[in-house]
Design a protein around this ligand. Sequence first.
Ligand SMILES: Cc1cc2nc3c(=O)[nH]c(=O)nc-3n(C[C@H](O)[C@H](O)[C@H](O)COP(=O)(O)OP(=O)(O)OC[C@H]3O[C@@H](n4cnc5c(N)ncnc54)[C@H](O)[C@@H]3O)c2cc1C
Length: 441
Amino acid sequence: MPAPLHLIQTAPTVPAEADVVVIGAGIVGVSAAYWLAKAGMKVVLLEKGSIGAEQSSRNWGWCRQQNRDARELPLSTRSLSLWEDMTADIGENLGFRRCGLLYLTKNQAELDGWARWGQFARKEGVDTRMLNAKEAAQRGKATQQKWLGGVWSPTDGIADPALAAPMIAKGVLKHGGHVVQNCAARGVELSGGSICGVVTERGTIRTSQAVMAGGVWARSFLNQVGINLSQSSVRSSILSVKPGISGLPDALHTQVSSITRRADGGYTLAISGNGRVDPTPGILKNTTQFLPMFTRRWRQLSPGDFQAWQYGFDTNRKWALDDITPMEKTRILDPHPDMKTLKKTLHQARTLLPALEESHVQAAWAGYIDSTPDGVPVIDPDSGVPGLFIAAGFSGHGFGIGPGAGHLVADILLGRSPITDVMQYKISRFKKSAWGKVADF
Ligand SMILES: Cc1cc2nc3c(=O)[nH]c(=O)nc-3n(C[C@H](O)[C@H](O)[C@H](O)COP(=O)(O)OP(=O)(O)OC[C@H]3O[C@@H](n4cnc5c(N)ncnc54)[C@H](O)[C@@H]3O)c2cc1C
């Protein structure tokens, strides 16, 4: 079942040419297109299905600095203010607010990890506050439980996954960008080895710059021009309950359950880090690169089924540009949630928070998370094909940092001083092993 999503109207046809074509209208693609259009570039944003319909509407909505890997922290911090700037400029509700995030634990090792992270992050200017047992019990009073301690990050927040990408796409339109839905980019045309066009199912757009922001589809697309992006996809299943429950924190993480208040007053319930790895040709090809990640996360990940294979988003196959591609066959990737996980999620949330005992399930869905071997995204203009920019592999953190990632893409394409150093996001880092490099949180 799809997650809730606000739909918007866009253009039916593609223009003949553009300064930049952005492929994929998840949070990263819409943000890149927004900043480019705002700077006066002639931008076309292509989406094979509906804007935001894949990962970007299926997530919890957390926009956090808390517990971020050092490589992502500057982008997280900057993104929080960009969420506010975009909301003000676009004049639409993205559902963003700095409500603060609450983490509670009964586990000493977890608490020690948060304390270590806090020492590093405070030097970077992040407001993160350790909670002792009494403070944790106070902030987490809805649980009616004793806690060893916790963390409170007051400047972090949440945005609404049902609203954010579509509303930012409205911002693209406001600044003169061209947005087309139900239109897959089948591939790119090269001249002398560089990009000279993007071939879509509705014709070719002449351009010298294309941004691949296709989420879990990026690996197969890039493989068409000989670029190997190491990407695995983890299927995560979550559910939401109807509005009407009071007294719960807006955003709470514990080892057994995490909850997030939705814009309609309901809550999203999930188990952090929990997911199924459905075998795909891509995972089998790059298994050794993912060993460090799977070794570290083996308690949370379990083998899935063959549904991912059938959707065709992660294939080693090359396709013809004048024929129907896998992107047209699966307009919206809507995997089946794992029923066992959903039952466990609801049970654990209700045990943690008695107020949820009377709650009614509103919806349940799953999403594939595009993960890299080290859990950090690839944001790289030097893909190996001049003119083809990669912005993918956001590894379960891309919603919160989407506005900053898009800004970084635009900075580089516009020749502006980048909001953060792009070196840590280079694709070339995967030539070395990821042992010791997997993101901590
Ligand atoms: C259950 C779950 C919980 C999560 N929780 C959080 C969270 O709390 N905080 C957080 O920061 N992150 C979270 N994430 C991760 C976050 O959702 C993603 O990192 C982020 O949405 C990725 O955005 P994206 O734009 O890169 O990809 P996507 O949102 O997947 O968008 C890619 C788009 O590209 C389109 N596309 C692909 N190929 C083509 C093509 N050839 N032509 C045209 N269109 C194409 C697809 O249809 C899709 O719409 C979560 C993810 C899941 C699944």
